[in-house]
Design a protein around this ligand. Structure first.
Ligand SMILES: [Zn+2]
Length: 151
């Protein structure tokens, strides 16, 4: 995962990764989409090169407000990336009917898995536009979760 030195301060998304996340969010709606973010950590910046969509493994009646990624997918992807210079740098998921701001459930995930990028895409806006926001969690930092500038 990330080097964790001083935490992540900024995120960069490739056009491919951005488009893939938005497309997955629209396809999955009204359920939450979720997946892995693959790229590199460059000092305090996370560079996301690709998004890897994953099946939302949450129970069917909860998928509109919850997401669960099978941990085996994470392990498989890490294995596939070994030696490539790339790694899993974060996770994304969508809020089909809400703002791209961490929910209390999300905060729990973030606390459990800190020092990675948490990208949330909101697709519930009246204008149909997707909104992406990036978040980070530093253990012990009172301001967590902290929004990270994208770009
Ligand atoms: Zn969420």
């Amino acid at each position: 995962m990330s080097d964790g030195e001083g935490g992540i301060r900024r995120a960069f998304l490739s056009t491919n990764a951005r488009n893939a996340v938005i497309e997955d969010a629209r396809d999955a709606s009204p359920d939450e989409a979720c997946g892995l973010l693959v790229g590199r950590v460059e000092e305090a910046r996370v560079r996301v090169l690709r998004a890897v969509p994953c099946t939302n493994e949450a129970p069917a009646d909860r998928r509109s407000t919850r997401f669960t990624i099978d941990p085996r997918r994470v392990i498989e992807e890490e294995r596939a990336l070994r030696g490539s210079g790339e790694g899993i740098v974060g996770f994304y998921h969508s809020h089909p009917a809400g703002q791209p701001v961490p929910s209390s459930v999300d905060r729990g995930y973030m606390e459990f898995w800190p020092e990675v990028l948490w990208l949330i895409v909101g697709v519930g806006g009246a204008d149909g536009d997707a909104a992406l926001r990036a978040w980070g969690w530093d253990p012990g930092a009172p301001e967590s979760p902290r929004e990270l500038p994208i770009g």
